[in-house]
Design a protein around this ligand. Sequence first.
Ligand code: NAP
Length: 468
Amino acid sequence: MSQPGSPDNPLRVAIIGAGPSGFYAADQILKDETTHAQVDLFDRLPTPYGLVRGGVAPDHPKIKSVTRMYERTAAKEGFRFFGNVEVGRDLGIVDFENHYHAVMYTFGAEADRELGIPGEDLPGSFAATAFVGWYNAHPDYADRNFNLDRAKRAVVIGNGNVAMDVARMLALDDAELRKTDIADHAIDVLDASTIEEIVVLGRRGPAQAAYTNPEVKELGELEEADVIVDPSEIELDPVSQAYIEGDEVDKTTRVNVEIVRGFAAKAHESKPKRVVLRFLASPIEIRGGDRVKSIVIGRNELVDDDGTLRARDTGEREELECDLILRSVGYTGIPIDGVPFDEKRGTILNEHGRVLEEHGGEHRTGHYTAGWIKRGPSGVIGTNKKDAQETVNHLLEDVAAGKLIDPSSPAPDSIETLLKDRGTHYVSFSGWEKIDAEEVGRGEPHGRPRVKFVRVDEMLEHASSDDK
Ligand code: NAP
């Protein structure tokens, strides 16, 4: 048989994880017509789009409209979607090696990073990932129980965009929520919420915050909540001050500082809720008996560590009563069997997208990675386009050099036969389109973009029967 990537031996690529990086990579591979590529995009859920569906906040519909581009990719010749196929449960790495010339891992960073402080696991202390998954109707989090009907104060730990999202979701009023595609179960719980104050803890200062300008600005536009900042906590240290005033300043940082200073200077309007932004404040211990009762906060100062300003504990403590804690200090990847993993970084071991056998070792022929599981959980959705392109360029170089897997069963229908033999009820893109149409139809009478299915069983029921 001729080289893979020729008309009688089309390049066959499996991509695992149908979030943004999976779709960008699929699109870029299919765009290169010289390889006659066929791309099969797998996801463990029956639904595509990863964090665009399960992570982006319900009140940010514009961000979600990026799925139109992914729909265009899905309509391209050579593209197939296999939803509800889980690596480890339905297919192993060896199955991909038997059916494809190349495998690309784009399954993101699903786990939450831990704080490593006492009381972190008390009832009432949750990873923000669980709260986000729950309000976004992710099947993994459908049965989580967030009792907010007696809670008065929530503490959000972290100063990234996820912290902004969860703080805002706790502060939005019922009418704002009811216009969105938020999970039905979350509307009722958030509607019954008695939370009056949401405290967001940043361990460094406003010039080091990880959130971006629109996300922090949006807090000031909430109908039901004032934003409170203590001016003494945002006085900049000399290094940050010089940076903000200097020519090298990045615009996001300067505007973040301006926005937070604006909050500190603004008179409060006595709205029913308060979002309190704290800085130089680290979680030290979470206290309570059968559930969270308070958090001990340590006051930090900033110290220059080889050009980076880091938080150092001053030893000063305060204890703040609270009923709910959302730990929002970033995500980390989960390893899959048979794929080399960098435990320290929480990513697949790779060099610019080519999977490595070991640190500093050889490339694993035909194995690639893109997105958060390649570089860690950073950037916005669009960042994954450039990231995927780097990996796809390497894949195409390897196609030209003939450095690919030599599969025993490359015929496109053989993977379908295998899945059917194993009793896997996989969902094609047209199956997803049926789920999609049903969800959109359920939303229409209520003026909502969609009412999401929460259970995998319900999703499978609405996917086409010919997907079985
Ligand atoms: P992130 O941007 O990495 O922020 C994590 C935050 O946690 C940082 O403020 C970090 O502070 C803090 N942190 C880490 N360890 C801590 C500890 N032990 N104690 C206290 N604070 C600690 O992570 P993320 O918010 O999960 O967001 C992940 C990615 O998704 C980001 O790229 C984000 O921009 C993106 N995202 C974007 C949007 C949007 O565009 N609207 C929405 C959601 C998420 P230090 O800086 O001091 O380490």
